[in-house]
Design a protein around this ligand. Structure first.
Ligand SMILES: Cc1ncc(COP(=O)(O)O)c(C=O)c1O
Length: 431
């Protein structure tokens, strides 16, 4: 137990009574002692097609047997192009150029680098500031953590990336239990305009938001909010970046949140369900405008255009897993399935609203969050819930005193009902 330093985990407490998963199939994990645990959050928002997909396992095995690794710098392998083509078929608008990374955090970092490179190419090197949002989560590397807006994630960060300012988050205390998009709150996007007035548009590279803020407990954007961000960005030549690491791949009932909300960003990040969680991989989809500017910035075609990339960018195993996952999503129409199941899912989750432990519920598509009354220090109630759910046979993600439900898109109504029943009975116990 001692040697594995677990990420985002209360290591000392965990190791006294480990919560282990030893196998998984479909909607369920199994514990080493043979108990089934229903997966209510797709692992960590990864396994959209459910667990143990043999199509993916076979594809990875075949790929590793044929070509295990190729340097992605100045050489390549065919699957990387095939996957970029496949992704560009489903990305919204003209987000047709795909840069591969190994995680969501690296996708965010890469999106920041690409934004800076774009403005340099446009002769506007003064645009180095990023506008983000309170309660945002954009991964753990220095750039993404600096964009982040959750205080505990920022504590061991030091000064971080120097030029980040945060808009208000979109949770409105007086408007609780709003299902889907709230009709009020569009004005919150005007924070971006205020930053333009305060700092000057010529200092701002990009505005980065999760279309639905996921890790903080699912904050759905009010009607018109993302449209307003798009308008302000267009007016001031600020790039709009959507971090779709959680929202992407059908979670909101369309391929991407950009489709669900009808707003196309200039750059979009993705990860997690890209490979159904079977291989670590992230990606950045970049618009024609941004790509063209960066690629053509140097006249000499023998020069590298962007000095950025990872040893494992477009790793063959990850590409094969992603292609197999995309094929499953298409064949099983899983994005459409998420849209169809959304009403049943949200009905079930919102049925918890009268529990005394719950102070708010929000949701869109197959993604929902709820807040618990704090008990003692912030986060302890959420942690107690996480532990009790393991014993009761349900896995969901908790962040602080919020719970996040995001079942695999293969979920059936009976699983949704079971999730809510377990949550209700456990919350009566720990609440
Ligand atoms: C919106 C968002 N961006 C970035 C990340 C970081 O992804 P990863 O943990 O793969 O680095 C996450 C992870 O939950 C996320 O939700």
């Amino acid at each position: 137990m001692n040697h594995f330093w677990m990420p985002f985990t209360a290591n000392r407490d965990f190791k006294k009574a480990p919560r282990l998963f030893s196998s998984a199939k479909g909607m369920f994990y199994k514990t080493p002692d043979g108990r089934e645990i229903l997966d209510g959050s797709s692992g960590l928002f990864c396994c959209a097609a459910g667990h143990g997909r043999v199509e993916i396992a076979r594809a990875v095995y075949q790929q590793l047997s044929e070509l295990d690794y190729a340097s992605p710098f100045q050489s390549a392998h065919p699957l990387a192009f095939q996957l970029a083509n496949a992704l560009s078929q489903i990305t919204p608008g003209d987000l047709n150029h795909i840069f591969f990374t190994c995680s969501g955090s690296e996708a965010v970092e890469s999106a920041m680098r690409i934004s800076l490179a774009y403005h340099q190419a446009m002769g506007q090197s003064s645009r180095t500031r990023f506008v983000s949002r309170e309660r945002a989560y954009h991964g753990v590397n220095i750039g993404g953590a600096s964009l982040g807006g959750m205080v505990k994630n920022r504590r061991a960060l030091g000064p971080g990336y120097p030029d980040v300012v945060h808009m208000r988050h979109t949770w409105q205390e007086e408007r609780r239990f709003v299902r889907g998009q709230d009709v009020q709150g569009q004005h919150l996007a005007d924070d971006l305009e205020r930053f333009v007035q305060c700092y000057g548009a010529e200092t701002i590279a990009a505005c980065v938001v999760e279309p639905v803020a996921g890790s903080t407990g699912v904050l759905v954007p009010p009607v018109g909010y993302l449209q307003r961000l798009r308008e302000i960005c267009d007016e001031h030549q600020i790039l709009l970046i959507f971090d779709e690491v959680i929202c992407g791949f059908g979670r909101l009932g369309r391929a991407f949140a950009a489709d669900a909300f009808g707003v196309v960003p200039d750059i979009m990040t993705m990860a997690k369900a890209l490979t159904n969680g079977a291989q670590p991989m992230g990606a950045v989809a970049v618009s024609e405008k941004v790509h063209r500017a960066v690629i053509n910035a140097t006249e000499n075609e023998q020069f590298i255009e962007l000095f950025h990339g990872y040893t494992y960018s477009a790793h063959p195993a990850a590409c094969s897993a992603a292609l197999a996952a995309l094929a499953i999503y298409e064949e099983e129409q899983l994005f459409e399935r998420a849209a169809q199941l959304s009403a049943v899912f949200l009905d079930a989750v919102f049925s918890l609203r009268d529990l005394p432990a719950i102070t708010d519920i929000r949701g869109y598509g197959l993604l929902a969050g709820f807040d618990l009354i704090p008990k003692g220090e912030p986060g302890l109630h959420g942690y107690a819930l996480q532990k009790a759910l393991y014993e009761a046979g349900l896995h969901i993600k908790t962040t602080g005193d919020a719970g996040i439900i995001a079942p695999p898109l293969i979920t059936e109504e009976k699983h949704i009902q079971h999730m809510v029943d377990v949550l209700a009975s456990v919350l009566k116990g720990v609440g």
